[in-house]
Write a protein that binds this ligand. Sequence first.
Ligand code: FAD
Length: 299
Amino acid sequence: MSFFNYAVSKTIMHVPSPVVHHFAKDYVAGNDLDDAVRVCRELSAKGIESTLDILGEYITKKEQALPFKQDCIDILETIHRDKLDANLSVKPSQMGLLMDYDFAFNNLRDIVARAAELNGFVRIDMEDIECNEDTIKIYRILREEFPDHVGTALQSYMRNAMDHLELLGDGPINLRLVKGIFIVTRQQAWRDPELITRNYIQLLERMFELGAYVGIATHDERLYYEAQKLIKKFGLKREQYEFQMLLGVDPELRDLIVSEGHRLRVYIPYGKQWLGYSRRRLLENPNIARAALGQMLRG
Ligand code: FAD
């Protein structure tokens, strides 16, 4: 990261929310589940699947988890009732993981159990380092009970990502592979973008060797190229993997991936708590972040 981009990343946390909203609105479907369903249907008409996410994270009181849990169940029931090409993504911190492991585990179990009843699927997002080990642990337990209905994610910036993958090799594996977006220390995560990319490719290859179903989540054209080579090398059929992208990011690459015959799933966040998510999206796009800062400075 250049010094300028580093400075941008430090400053973006102080940009006022109306400015963030203006620049980040393309990344969020809207305030309500109906908005997410509308976007999901639009994508479906183009042959694109979705994963729906109710925004909100790092709750500080247990009572806050329960409405989010209900939202997750409503999403699963809506997907089932309306026959949407979609599944659910959920954040462990939204279920209280940073307060009480057992409480969060039980919430996540209830959600995955409902998904299993409806023949749905839940992807447990991977958040920051505080959640990392526990998220893997929860995934390992839940996949024993609901092998076809739950997955999680691994981050290639984590220095221990390969160790976590090997740990998962003792059962069916369903993983989203990402570079990683949270603020982590040098001891925990690689900082060099080239190294993160190389680790991503190595992890993807090992996942395929282990017979994992992988959601290859990236907007990096080089990774798309490398993933295609690995898909060919392992002779994978279309149903054995998928690409994933975020709503609002590089629709041109998205359409290219679909036109080349791959499955593609778009992550659709919605809800009133869009600020944290939107700030992270701005951080990933220095050009837009600079424009947001410029607007803030101009007042
Ligand atoms: P990059 O090298 O960051 O980006 C490649 C290209 O895409 C660059 O040109 C870049 O400018 C462009 N780009 C990337 N982001 C944006 C943006 N916001 N706006 C405009 N252009 C952009 N991270 C986690 O830590 N945990 C998760 O559970 C998680 N889930 C994710 C789910 C999905 C479906 C996706 C796609 C990403 C997820 N991420 C998650 C975020 C991920 O870790 C990366 O931060 C993000 O995908 C950017 O990495 P990249 O592979 O696209 O490569």
